[in-house]
Design a binder for this molecule. Sequence first.
Ligand SMILES: C[S@@+](CC[C@H](N)C(=O)[O-])C[C@H]1O[C@@H](n2cnc3c(N)ncnc32)[C@H](O)[C@@H]1O
Length: 242
Amino acid sequence: MFSPHGPTLRELAAQALSSTRGGYDLLAPKFDHTPYRTPDRVLDAVAGALRPYGPFRAGLDVCCGTGAGTGLLRALCRERVTGVDFSAGMLARARTAHPPAPGRPETHWVRADARALPFRASFDLAVSFGAFGHFLPAERPALFAGVHRALVPGGRFVFPLPAPPRVGSAPYWQLWAFDTAMRVRNALWRPPFVMYYRTFRLADVHAELSRAGFTVRLDPLEEFGRDSGGAPRCRLVTATRR
Ligand SMILES: C[S@@+](CC[C@H](N)C(=O)[O-])C[C@H]1O[C@@H](n2cnc3c(N)ncnc32)[C@H](O)[C@@H]1O
């Protein structure tokens, strides 16, 4: 699947029948050859938007996986960068992909559940890429509260948020079909694999971040263009700890 180095269909099926964490442990060796790894184009756009506000002191990559966002933080932060994820397999790959290097900040890998982040006022920048679909809406307050706790006052939690596809378009139905299949799978099979594309909606997320103590700002990421009505296809969400 995806490329000669990517997972086979059988391996993807085994992953999909595991828990979220177990599934990523299985996928880890081939994860960077799947489209689930955040593409460099997205990382570059976010780095470009953050650069004018840097350099930052210490950065946190929430649900770092194999370290796509951690690499970005290593270029933007001076002192220390931390990647946190609950999959030991993904963290092992991240550690190999981002070894210590002269001129780069010290880098730590922490195995923890993002719903109970173990940090307090330690970072001035937190990012997250490609992971919000793994959290049920009811779990987001704990996630956002943990990021808020992890940041110093004035610290920023930054992530890209693509606009949802137009209702009735082909991508709309693809995501709808994926989420429906996941709901059926999770109703019939234990342990659950939590991944839904259509639950992380801007209006809800904006309100939840505000309730968690953030001031929220939205900026278009112009690299991804605009739809026919002029709305940005992708926004950068910057939630600043009040
Ligand atoms: C699609 S991958 C994205 C990885 C990376 N951020 C990227 O953009 O390439 C999602 C990651 O979220 C992690 N994850 C999902 N739920 C988590 C949780 N509750 N706590 C910590 N990590 C979690 C998974 O282990 C996986 O590494």
